[in-house]
Ligand binder design. Sequence first.
Ligand code: FES
Length: 457
Amino acid sequence: MEKQELRSANWFGRKGKDGFIYRAWMKNQGIPADMFDGKPVIGICNTWSELTPCNAHFRDLAEAVKKGVLEAGGFPVEFPVMSLGETLIKPTAMLYRNLVSMDVEESIRANPIDGVVLLCGCDKTTPSLVMGACSVNIPTIVISGGPMLKGHWKGKNIGTSDVWRFDVAHKLGQITDKEFIEAEACMARTPGHCAVMGTASTMAVMVEALGLSLPNNASIPAADARRKVLSHLSGRRIVEMVKDDLTLSKILTRKAFENAIMINAAIGGSTNFVIHLLAIAGRIGVDLTIDDFDRYSQNVPLLANIQPSGENYMEDLYYSGGLPALIMEMEAIVHNDALTVNGKTIGENCSTAEVFDRKIISTIKDPFKPESGIVVVRGNLAPNGAVIKPSAASPELLIHSGKAVVFENIEDYHKRIDDPELDIDADSIMVLKNVGPGDIPAWPKWEIWRCQKNYWN
Ligand code: FES
């Protein structure tokens, strides 16, 4: 490869004062000139932070990536960007998604980087990093942090969504203060992001479905040694991608987005998928609308039995064959010729995948549930459209009439929800007003509950 072909040659290949400065300040890190001069420089965009517990193991993953990059003849440079954790950030991580995307975009654009590895995990870190990289459009590969292992408490499997059940059970006096505290350590017991099909898992599935990661990125648990192997291999592969000039826009075609929508439907992905995929499409210049989610989800049944639409966890998906096995079940409907980061098509990547447990990954002919992930509804309450997830809804609620119990805002909800005198029953429909994107910064998610029954036992 000629030096001029590399973007980084505009820094390290220069003559005179500028080249002197660029090279001298790399050498002050103890790096010999032949390590970076003339070699593909691979940025490792790291969202490691102890304030983002889902991503707190990313230093180990970055080390594995570096080994792969060096083996393949590249030069790895790790750089931090703002990290967004759902658990601690106030008022909401969504407020900063676009800010992080700008951080990522400018960090890549401003530096001598020929290809980039994105280390993503907790919900918003994936869309923000992918959006930022799309705006630069250099060779890019994504590594997700992987799901945590399922928790165990008093003989039951538990996941991070159980915090609401614990809360209700605690309020109703069904579990003691001591048990409530004890459950904290049992629920999130390993590195990784939430193990149900929440937004983080949905984003990990999304990047694999789009072709932006190596196969099985979506479901290898964070604590599984194979997550480091995948990182190591991704490090090797990104160097090849730079040599092949395999940029993001060559992978993120219209077909890739349609695949992501169909696969999200089959896996029971989060409704947040819609807002993030639309944003990514906008950055890379693919025309995608909310109606496409309806169009391409419509005839796709739910194949994966994973919470909240089912009973299982992301690690179970991996042990059952992983996302490639699920995509293999969909070979008659997905675009098998869509290109992925390893240079093969998604069809080639999945052609030898096997399903090991039909209770976790079902067939298209005999699906886990006939209703799939995302449906766009319109009506007088939502003239511009709203998104629902029928696979996670109680079937009897899909056609339902009941008394509306209206809360004017979140403060009104908190004030009245536990009032025993509140005129509400199991058939009521709770309506929370004034919490949309025009009312509250950044459109936080709201979950509204009323204790009506025994949730835990
Ligand atoms: Fe980070 Fe759930 S809190 S993925």
